[in-house]
Design a protein around this ligand. Sequence first.
Ligand code: UDP
Length: 365
Amino acid sequence: MKTQNLIVGCGISGAAMARLLAEKGEHVVIIDSKNHIAGNIYDYYQDGICVHKYGTHIFHTNNKDVWNFVSRFCQWYPYQHKVCGLIDGQIAPIPFNLNTLHTVFPESLANKIEQKLLDNYGLNVKIPILELHKQQDKDLQFLAKYIYEKIFLEYTLKQWGQTPDEIDPSVSGRVPVYISRDNRYFQDKYQGIPISGYTKMIEKMLDHPNIQIKLNTPFNANMEYERLWWTGSIDEFFEFQFGQLPYRSERFEFIKFPYKKFQETAVVNYPCNYEFTRIGEYKHFLNDQSDDTIVSYEYPEAFEEGKNDRYYPIANEQNAQLYRKYLSLAQTKKNIFFFGRLGDYKYYDMDKAVLRCLELFNSVK
Ligand code: UDP
């Protein structure tokens, strides 16, 4: 029998779209090749600690519609994300801010640079590292070179296999230098972690009489549908006819330690040291109480079909061109919709993925 709406992929994008359609009275079958819902935001409890299976996820947004929509399916723990990094042997806040400046430099030098930053840019201003790099002032040039080398260069090589100059500037621009004493990673108006975890949030989103979930079910071309909603990689739908869109993947090494706390913040970055990029400690997110702690070491690697999962689209001009070829094919399919990080080949955060669903849904009806 023909399915009215077949959604491929049970991550946040597929689930949000399923809910929107279901509430309009549409019937939805949502499938996923994995054995669980929630895609890469899947989490689970181990020894009283909520662990994010595919790495740390923090929900943050400035968009009220997005926040209101997601808030229907969870209550929030008002967590404010902070990240530190090991810089020249010191643990200091990331993004690089005025507190970082005073941690890594002697006081007189830090004061001088702080004054120059304030004179040139003002307080509470964010500057992408590649912008700061263009500075003519020699003290600010010194600062930019320091931040570039100690925070961005090797981390980005590990993460992307490319330097910050080779990859799209928007990538390093996600973590701008912040002329502020605010140590938070995000300054968005709304920020939090679902109090019962992301999996429960997605479970609630999908809990509607018009939605049928089928796990362990990969898409196949014999499936019949009136409309297809595709959150898998767009090149895969078209059988890679123009070649594969490249992605980066991650390998996580989870370790349980028999002590209460491993590190002061949920995430600590290791830009210049070790093979991993960062360590996440999960009990920080919901203030889980346990005598043990669970951490993950994050090792970036290339995506390879059959070996690991797609995590990050790689933003550069060559890949954008290849994506546009697939997009032009997609536009000829009037009853098939591509969206989500993989469907749009865009480095969406969770809130942007939801916003894309809200906008697509409104445009299709
Ligand atoms: N980045 C870096 N050093 C850091 C943090 C970030 O070089 O200490 C760069 C790196 O290229 C990374 C990008 O900024 O991939 C975006 O970082 P973000 O923390 O947003 O990555 P995500 O959490 O999405 O993996």
